[in-house]
Design a protein around this ligand. Structure first.
Ligand SMILES: Cc1cc2nc3c(=O)[nH]c(=O)nc-3n(C[C@H](O)[C@H](O)[C@H](O)COP(=O)(O)OP(=O)(O)OC[C@H]3O[C@@H](n4cnc5c(N)ncnc54)[C@H](O)[C@@H]3O)c2cc1C
Length: 325
């Protein structure tokens, strides 16, 4: 057995969720007394690739092919599956990120592997069994799945496994792979950002507003808070349905699923469909004037109060703190 970890990058930099997945893959390799190989696709510096050793990767395969500069689900899945075959890896780990959710099932098909998508803890192994606890029903429940196939694909829910530092100096090797011709039926030619603000699926901090904010004219303070924290903006479904905010900010079961380190919910009730997309956030702060709002049940910190009083005070406190640094 050997373990392969796909290390996703954003603009050439690995994210925290990638380091979590590398640490998780390292722990699976340790469980099985085997080695851990990482694969990176895209333009990533040698220093960044070498840093993967800090989390236990012994070898790093670097795929820097101009055709694969931008993410293409089919092609990336082909390249990762090819690397798994060449390395003799039978456990393939990746983050259950926005791209990971598209990649994991495709890799599983190519390797005829069982899939545990959205894993939340290390596999349990014994008596020839390999079981993984994972989220189910959009995060509303957990399922324990047994992977009975020889090859196994596991995508790890961000924030469910801690980053563990090791001191390994990995061998960085070029891996020549380019996917199949049929993988390139649709290609990204150019990425033009609609905003220079932080991208929501990758954000470390998210500030989110709900119907409690009464109307789009009140988003100034939410934007100011997000700006001070370097956070991305999000909103509940009715807010985007009403046209107060763009649909690209809608989080939840039918919107984007996020797993930031900090999620601040302002004037959002915490309906189950909203929680489905945000409950794997590491720390949840809820500001709501109704002490019975369901969101408080999953909050790490709750502020019962009127958002129009609490948020300006929060902004003032952050400004004061920043000025004191
Ligand atoms: C199939 C389906 C899919 C859905 N998918 C999603 C989804 O992906 N995402 C999503 O968000 N919803 C989704 N919904 C809708 C969801 O059920 C809720 O209706 C929605 O999340 C409620 O949005 P809200 O919390 O902003 O509004 P409300 O439920 O109206 O809550 C507003 C909250 O603001 C508080 N409030 C009011 N005034 C203030 C104030 N001055 N200061 C502080 N707090 C205040 C209130 O106490 C209340 O808790 C879905 C529903 C269905 C049926």
């Amino acid at each position: 057995m050997s373990v392969l970890i796909y290390t996703e990058n954003a603009d050439g930099k690995f994210k925290k969720s990638t380091f979590e997945a590398v640490s998780y893959a390292r722990a699976i390799a340790d469980q099985n007394n085997t080695n851990l190989v990482a694969i990176s696709i895209g333009e990533v510096s040698k220093d960044e690739l070498t840093a993967l050793g800090k989390y236990g990767a012994e070898k790093v395969l670097n795929v820097s092919n101009a055709k694969l500069k931008n993410f293409i689900n089919q092609a990336y899945a082909s390249v990762i599956a090819e690397a798994a075959k060449k390395q003799g890896a039978d456990v393939i780990v990746l983050s259950n990120s926005f791209s990971g959710r598209g990649l994991a099932p495709r890799i599983a098909v190519k390797l005829e592997a069982g899939l545990a998508d959205g894993a939340v803890s290390l596999p349990e192994q014994g008596n020839g069994k390999f079981t993984v606890k994972k989220t189910a029903f959009s995060g509303k429940a957990f399922a324990v799945v047994e992977l009975t196939s020889a090859n196994k694909v596991i995508s790890l829910t961000p924030n469910s496994y801690k980053v563990v530092e090791k001191s390994v100096t990995p061998a960085v090797e070029d891996f020549a792979a380019e996917g199949n011709a049929s993988d390139f039926k649709a290609m990204i030619k150019e990425i033009v950002r609609s905003t220079d603000k932080v991208s929501l699926p990758d954000a470390d901090i998210v500030v989110s507003g709900g119907r409690g904010l009464k109307g789009p004219e009140n988003w100034g303070m939410v934007e100011e808070l997000a700006g001070l924290l370097g956070a991305a903006l999000a909103c509940s479904k009715p807010v985007s349905d009403s046209g107060w905010r763009p649909h690209s900010e809608h989080v939840g079961q039918t919107g984007i699923a996020v797993s930031p380190n900090l999620y601040i919910a302002i004037g959002i009730s915490g309906a189950i469909q909203h929680l489905a997309g945000v409950s794997s956030s590491k720390v949840i702060v809820v500001i709501n004037k109704d002490p019975e709002a369901p969101f408080f049940k999953v909050a790490d910190y709750g502020i019962v109060g009127d958002a129009f009083e609490v948020v300006p005070k929060l902004i003032a406190a952050i400004k004061e703190y920043k000025a004191s640094l």
